[in-house]
Design a protein around this ligand. Structure first.
Ligand code: 13P
Length: 428
C-alpha cells in the first residue's frame, strides 16, 4: 500500500526529507510514500515548479510519481477553506487526509489563491492584471494610500465596481505608515476582513533600489524601481538586477525612463519626454510594465501645461510592442487625453493628488459647517468619514474613466472556474 505525507514545504527539496521521515515514522519503505507539497510557507513558487519538483524526485519514489503529482494538484485545487487545505484520498480501501495548514508569511500563497479562486494581492495576479488591461484596451488605476481610511475606501470601491486595483505606496507614505511590513499586514487583513475578491496589487511607487528590496522582503506583490534620474546604463544595470529577483519570486516590476515632472514625496523630476530607444532598452530587460515621461506631471497641472506628448507615446509604443505602459500624474488629465493614452498602450494610470484634494475638500466642509462641534462630531470615525466617502467617489470616477470597472471578474473566467472547482477525487 501507499502511505502519504504532506509537506508545507518551502521548496520541493523538502519532499525527499518528508518521504524519509514518513518512512521512518510509519515503518514503511520510502518508495511507498506519497508526498504532496503545497509549497506554501514563505515563498512564492509557481505550481509548475512544485509539480516539476515532485516529478524530479519521482525516480526516488518509484511508483508514487503520478499519485504524488495528482495529490499536489488536488491540494492546490481543493475548495475547502482558505488556510486549512486538506483533501481526502482513498488509498487501498482506506481514506486518508493529505494536506495541512496553508499560511503564507506574507500574502496568502499565490498558487493557492489562483487555484482556489481566491483573488488577492499576489504576484501572478499583479502581472496578469497589466497584461489583461493591455489586451483589453483599458487601464488599471493605481491609487496611492496614506492610511487605513484611504486603503479601505479604495478597496471597497474596487469591490463595489468589480474592478482590479493597484494600491500604490511611495517611500514617504511607507515611512508614515510605520514601514512596509505594517502595510502588508494591514492590506492582508483588510482583504480578508472586507471579503475583497477582485484582483489587488500592492505596489511600491517610485522606489529606490534599497526601497525595492525592502518591499520585496516585506511581501509586496509589485515593485516600481525608479532609476529615471540615473544615467541610462546604471538604470539598466539596477533594473536588470531587480528583473532577476522579481522573476524568481514572480513579482511584477515597473521601470521608468524619462522622469515625470513635478514633485512627489521628495522625488523630483524635470519632466522631460522619454527617449523611445532608451524605453526599448529597458522594456527588453523583461520588466512587466514601463513608465515613460510624456509631458506628464505629478500634482496639479499648471494653466500653461502643453498636454501629453502623444507623438512620444506613439513612438514608445512602436518600439516597445505590447509592453504595458504606465501613465503617472493621473490627477487632472482630461478624459479625452486619458482615453487616447489608453488607445496607445497605457495599461496603468497613477492617481494620488486627486484623492488628497477630494479628502481635504470634504473634511474642510465638515469643519466649516461646524459639524465637529455638534454632539460627538469630534469622533475621528465621524470626522474622517466625509473625506473617506470623497475618496470613494474619486476612485469610482477614475475606474469608470479608465474602463477597468467591469473587468474585476476576469479571474473567474471559464478556464479558471474549471481549474478551481473541479478538485479531482483520487482513488488509488
Ligand atoms: P498625481 O499625484 O499627479 O495624481 O500623480 C500620482 C502618481 O503618478 C504616483 O506615482
Amino acid at each position: 500500500g501507499i502511505a502519504n505525507a504532506c509537506t508545507g514545504a518551502e521548496g520541493y527539496g523538502y519532499c525527499k526529507a518528508t518521504a524519509d521521515a514518513a518512512s521512518e515514522i510509519l515503518g514503511i519503505p520510502a518508495d511507498s510514500v506519497l508526498v504532496a507539497s503545497t509549497g506554501v510557507i514563505g515563498m512564492q513558487i509557481p505550481i509548475d515548479r512544485i509539480v516539476n519538483g515532485v516529478k524530479a524526485m519521482a525516480p526516488k519514489l518509484d511508483g508514487s510519481l503520478e499519485a504524488g503529482t495528482e495529490a499536489a494538484k488536488a491540494i492546490m485545487t481543493t475548495d475547502t477553506v482558505k488556510k486549512e487545505v486538506a483533501v481526502q484520498i482513498e488509498i487501498g480501501g482506506k481514506t486518508v487526509t493529505v494536506g495541512g495548514m496553508c499560511k503564507g508569511s506574507g500574502m496568502i500563497h499565490p498558487n493557492m489563491c489562483t487555484m482556489l479562486g481566491f483573488v488577492t494581492t499576489d504576484a501572478a495576479i499583479s502581472k496578469e492584471m497589466l497584461q489583461k488591461a493591455r489586451d483589453g484596451k483599458y487601464a488599471v488605476g493605481q491609487f496611492n494610500i496614506n492610511n487605513l481610511e484611504w486603503t479601505k475606501s479604495i478597496l471597497q470601491t474596487a469591490q463595489e465596481l468589480q474592478s482590479p486595483v493597484i494600491l500604490g505606496v511611495s517611500e514617504g507614505a511607507g515611512k508614515y505608515m510605520c514601514g512596509y511590513k505594517t502595510i502588508v499586514g494591514m492590506v492582508e487583513g483588510m482583504l480578508e476582513e472586507l471579503d475583497i475578491t477582485v484582483p489587488v496589487a500592492l505596489h511600491l511607487d517610485h522606489g529606490s533600489f534599497e526601497g525595492a528590496k525592502a518591499c520585496i522582503n516585506a511581501g509586496f506583490s509589485s515593485i516600481m524601481f525608479d532609476g529615471s534620474s540615473l544615467p541610462i546604463d546604471e538604470n539598466v544595470q539596477k533594473t536588470t538586477e531587480l528583473v532577476n529577483t522579481c522573476n524568481i519570486l514572480g513579482l511584477s516590476l515597473e521601470a521608468e525612463v524619462g522622469s515625470i515632472g513635478g514633485e512627489e514625496d521628495g522625488v523630483i523630476g524635470a519632466g522631460e519626454c522619454a527617449d523611445p530607444d532608451e524605453c526599448k532598452k529597458v522594456a527588453d530587460l523583461g520588466v512587466t510594465m514601463l513608465a515613460a515621461g510624456i509631458g506628464n506631471i505629478h500634482g496639479k497641472y499648471p494653466e500653461n501645461w502643453a498636454g501629453l506628448s502623444f507623438e512620444t507615446l506613439d513612438a514608445i509604443q512602436a518600439k516597445t510592442g505590447d509592453m504595458p505602459l504606465v501613465l503617472h500624474g493621473g490627477t487632472g488629465i482630461p478624459a479625452d487625453m486619458i482615453k487616447k493614452a489608453i488607445s496607445l498602450g497605457v495599461a496603468k494610470i497613477n492617481v494620488n493628488t486627486e484623492c488628497q484634494l477630494a479628502f481635504q475638500e470634504a473634511t474642510r466642509k465638515y469643519i466649516e459647517a461646524g459639524k465637529d462641534l455638534e454632539g460627538k462630531g469630534f469622533d475621528p470615525r465621524k470626522l474622517l468619514a466625509p473625506g473617506a466617502e470623497a475618496i470613494k467617489a474619486t476612485v469610482k470616477e477614475k475606474m469608470e474613466l479608465f474602463g477597468s470597472d467591469p473587468k474585476g471578474l476576469y479571474m473567474l473566467d471559464q478556464e479558471l472556474a474549471a481549474r478551481t472547482y473541479a478538485a479531482p477525487s483520487l482513488t488509488l
